[in-house]
Write a protein that binds this ligand. Structure first.
Ligand SMILES: [Zn+2]
Length: 272
């Protein structure tokens, strides 16, 4: 047993030791799964549809298994050396394309469970396409304080197709317009600061990454089934597409493919 004085000395030594660990050393093995949702419906039509009950099961799983849902913005700030490291078992939730079901289904559940979500929106669809949200709905999500709205380009082009179709000068102008206009419209319409981007169809290359940086984006997300780690460039962070099949062991594996902690921590009794 240590005396209170010994404890004080021990804690002081511990704090000095922790202060000596450089942020880079701490950063070395921090990985964060970034999840991407698209559409919510009671009936599963395709791989992009998640049923409301499935989404709620996933939110409950995250809560009961010690996961912390953090804002994508906070992970990016940390990666840029401007913010603290994420808490243990951090997860990011995003949703692409601005579907109406984000407002009708996802919003009430997100409010109930109090988790932050980053939306990637292509403004040409908003208050325009029948499947998309309206500007007032998006504004309401922003006002809730739970949603960040970021860019998914202006009209969600396939940059591979456009590159093959256009001459290099036109293609470059096209890319710049998609990146700049989306950010400008979202900022103007919603009064938010937009500097994160989701690559349409997950398509990116070094030229596109350079253009995104020049257009004022500090990070961009793609689609690859692995957690984001320190080796991933900020302008190409991987994300998992969440499907309706991602329940039970499949969801547990998605979040933690090789659990290092004790199973009793990972699966409290009666929470399956
Ligand atoms: Zn999309």
């Amino acid at each position: 047993m240590r005396s209170p004085l010994q404890w004080c000395a021990f804690l002081a030594a511990l704090m000095v030791a922790l202060a000596c660990v450089s942020p880079r050393a701490v950063a070395a093995d921090v990985t964060v799964p970034i999840l991407v949702y698209h559409h919510f419906d009671a009936t599963v039509h395709d791989e992009m549809t998640v049923r409301p009950g499935t989404f709620e099961w996933q939110l409950r799983y995250l809560r009961t298994h010690g996961y912390h849902v953090i804002r994508l913005r906070d992970y990016v700030r940390y990666r840029r050396g401007a913010g603290p490291p994420p808490p243990p078992h951090a997860v990011v939730i995003t949703a692409d394309d601005g579907r109406r079901s984000v407002y009708t289904v996802m919003f009430p559940l997100v409010r109930t469970w109090g988790v932050p979500v980053t939306l990637f929106i292509y403004p040409s669809a908003i208050s325009n396409a029948s499947y998309a949200m309206t500007w007032p709905q998006l504004a309401e999500l922003v006002r809730s304080g739970l949603f960040d709205v970021e860019s998914h380009t202006y009209w969600h082009p396939n940059f591979k197709t456009e590159k093959a179709r256009l001459d290099p000068r036109r293609y470059r102008a096209f890319v710049q317009r998609q990146l700049v206009l989306s950010k400008a419209v979202l900022e103007h319409r919603l009064g938010v600061h937009v500097d994160l981007l989701a690559w349409p169809f997950g398509i990116y290359d070094p030229d596109l990454m350079r253009e995104a940086g020049a257009a004022g984006y500090v990070a961009a997300v793609s689609i690859e089934r692995r957690p984001a780690g320190p080796k991933d460039p900020l302008l190409a962070l991987p994300r998992f597409i969440v499907t309706d099949h991602d329940v039970g062991a499949a969801f547990a594996r998605l979040l933690d493919p090789a659990p290092k902690h004790h199973p009793s921590q990972a699966a409290p009794k009666g929470s399956r």
